[in-house]
Design a protein. Sequence first.
Lengths: 396, 346
Amino acid sequence: MAKVFVTGVGIITSLGDSFEANREGLKEGQCGLGPLKNFSTKYANSLLFGEINLSDTQLKDLLNVKESGVSRTSLLALHAFNQAIVDAELSMDKISNAATALIIANTVGGMCLTDELYKDANQKNFGSEYIASYDCAATTVFLQKKFNIRGVVNTINTACSSSANAIMYGTRLIKNGYAERVIVGGTDALAKFTINGFNSLHILSSGLCAPFDNNRNGLNLGEGAAFLVLETEKNSLGKKRYAEVTGYANTNDAFHPSTLSENGTGPFSAMEKVLEQASLKPSDIDFINTHGTGTENNDVVESKAMIRLFKDKMPAFTSTKSNIGHTLGAAGAIEAVYCILNILHQEIYPSLNFKEPIVDTNLIPEQRYYETELKNVMSNSFGFGGNCSSLIFSKV
Amino acid sequence: MFYIHNTTCISPQITFPEVDLDQLISCTENKFYTKEIPSTDIPPAILRRMGRAVKLGVVASIPLLKLQAQLNGIIIGSANGGMEDCIKFLNQIIDYEEGVLTPTNFVQSTSNAIASQLGFISKNQGYNITHVHRGLAFENAVLDVAMLLQENPKHTYLLGGIDEIADYNFNIEYLCGYIKKNSSNLDLYNSKTSGSIAGEGAAMFVINNKHEGAVSELKALKTIHTTNEKELVNVFEKFINDNLPENKTIDLFLSGENGDIRYEQYYKTIESVMNSNVSIAHYKHLSGEFQTASAFALWVSNYIIQTQKLPLNMLKKQTVKKNINTILLYNNYQGYQHSFMLLEKA
């Protein structure tokens, strides 16, 4: 099957609004988590969030968005999308070529406008400017129209593993001959809806999240967007190739709507299948960007699954959620871009807030910055509904 | 692309568990609900806790899960997923001013609730995904299955298109002008007004590469986002040239027209470029309009090929009566998301 290369990336998170700014933040071990400023919620000051330091108005000015009804979710996506197409040197002709696909993952959609949605959905007014912008597909349709994308266009929502699945779907479109070029990404904005949702599940950390720490007590929510341009071997000839997408796997834990099974059947089989799909052995993996949310359930289950697969030869691993929080539908794409940074610069960034290992599993994430040889990097994304996905990016 | 084996469909019509499309069920308002579906296979207490879309998908799938023990994955197209739960949770947030909330609605509000529930019920640890791209959510699920079978030729998958009428999407779609004020499915195509009637349903398919035992074969799928009729015609003509051999003809054109005067032209245009001896039928008076109504269209096409019976109420233009072995399906959602599917007798 055809090889698929990453030829462009774009990203915006609480660490910064570019590829380089995110690298600096990761390298310096910066934390983008803090109190919430952009909208009012009861939890704005009592919990910590990976919020992007730009208001909707600032984002609209920056991006020259004049249309009405564009939600923050779409604005963040547009920012990362713009960077990715420039980075991959895609002309407008190439973008609207019938062989160019657009695949976006999203879980919050325009529900970041929780109060407006409440009024519109309950018909408490005659419809706000955001009336057609609440669903997950709204961002995709916004970008499709703006850039006249004429190939396959899709939106995927598998909760927190959404954008790993978008990357997988995009890669498969190229491998199966349905596209030559795919612009693929994930986006999610902070929302009163998700803050209250995760709070009702009692899995939000009272302080900074501490992935893989024995005393971890939950996750921090974050926001952001990341896009990758994927191209065929032929189309990427002579261009920079950040990495090859060598592995992708999607499995289901089939256990519980919001909790992973004790032994991590789904996470284990996602990691096992992604290796098989990439024709790699566990010992070929040099580094893992874990799902590592910092919740009691995820980190111990992911650890057990990793131990079962890698045994006593555990690769280096970190959780970048300790820098930017859990960005839900954007997490898979953001973490894919972080894996590309690892590969591009042959370096590992420190995982933050770790003090002592989980008693049962005793795994220790990397806590310092260092340069090292990285050939194959794995990224894990697990979501509600038992959706588990793993990706492998390899050095070209 | 692939072969269609067993199917089920829950719709506003008599389609589950037995099918009788000659007896047309009508609606008197702009919401065309499915009938309440009893299922003896799921304990009522569990069924009660499921949101409407989840219930539709699960109840429709149970007979197929029983027939097909070995499934390699579950691929769902659903634009709205668990919207009933979404609005319940949303209203709790605002009404109780972000007080102590119960998480059940939140967990069930995610779009992937149907596919994941099917995963739990069937203990299926294979590929599991939910495509949510509005009027092309089901089409992307179809493309996903086609690719899965290119990658794993021996596998069998469960494919479905499911959406519910919940207050959330109904109110919003009404405010968007997608739904007529007052309407009945009986005069849907003559209304000369904008909007359609809201529908819902679940159509489920067992899909693999085996010709043996299959009812029909999906030969091709094409989707495009455009509002330009000329571009649409070009895409359509290329679709036919690429996929219909010269010695074959289309026996039936199944039109997705929905009574919305704003988008009638697209259907007329496609009808006009088609050979004049093709019979034409429509189905939105059976299903109502919703983002994954094309799943109902694929189900009813497969049923027509299987039974060789075209219910009279579906017929728009009858040409010479003959066997229906090749059906062309065209649908558009709100004038900018178009899809073509070509279905053949297996």
